[in-house]
Structures are given as structure tokens and as C-alpha cells.
Write a protein that binds this ligand. Structure first.
Ligand code: ZN
Length: 117
């Protein structure tokens, strides 16, 4: 795992196994931001882009890297919507993490108190 992958996992989390989009990213208009290729080959979509294990990211099997989906969207209006949806989800996820962290923090003094008794 690359250091950036650890940061990605921390910020956006892992994509849930259920709810995985059925259509491959290329079919939805996504394109690797680094590779130069035609989206279609003999009537078939290029298969290099797949759904990443991280929320809001795509995986390029040629680059062997995870990219934010917004960087993979050539249509700037759709890219903006994807960016905003990704940030919103990350902020909401962060709030859930804070709730979990504060529950753990609240539980800690009680445990310490119980140990003293
Ligand atoms: Zn690529």
C-alpha cells in the first residue's frame, strides 16, 4: 500500500461491497486522467478503468493507481458534481468518525472508574 493509499483510506474509506455500480466506469464516461487511449475499441469500452476499493475513486489497471473519480471525468460539469458529492460524503463520513471517537472517549473514563472500584 502506497502512503497516499493510506491517506485515501483514512479520508474516504472503503467502498461498500454491496451497492457496487453495475456498469463499468468507461461506460459512464470516465477516462483515465493519464493514459491516452480511445474509449471504445471495436465496439467495446476500454476495460482499464475499474471501480476502486476506495469510495469515490477509480482504479486504472495500466497505471496501477487509484484516481479520484472527478479527475477521470472529461465533462467538467459532471466532474464538478462528482467532486461536490465526494467532498460531501467525506465530510459526513468524518462526522460519523467523530461521533464514534467521542463515544469511545466518553466510555473511557467509565472504564477507568470501574477499574478503581
Ligand atoms: Zn491509466
Amino acid at each position: 500500500m502506497k502512503p497516499t493509499d493510506e491517506l485515501v483510506a483514512e479520508i474516504v474509506g472503503l467502498r461498500p461491497k454491496e451497492g457496487q455500480p453495475f456498469d463499468p466506469p468507461a461506460e459512464l464516461g470516465f477516462h483515465c486522467p493519464l493514459c491516452r487511449y480511445s474509449l471504445m475499441h471495436d465496439g467495446e469500452y476500454d476495460p482499464r478503468l475499474g471501480w476502486s476499493k476506495y469510495n469515490g475513486f477509480l482504479w486504472c489497471s495500466v497505471c496501477e493507481r487509484h484516481y479520484p473519480a472527478t479527475l477521470c471525468m472529461p465533462d467538467i460539469e459532471r466532474a464538478l458534481k462528482i467532486y461536490l458529492a465526494s467532498v460531501k460524503e467525506a465530510v459526513e463520513r468524518s462526522g460519523r468518525s467523530s461521533d464514534r471517537a467521542s463515544k469511545v472517549a466518553k466510555a473511557l473514563p467509565r472504564r477507568r472508574l470501574l477499574r478503581r472500584w
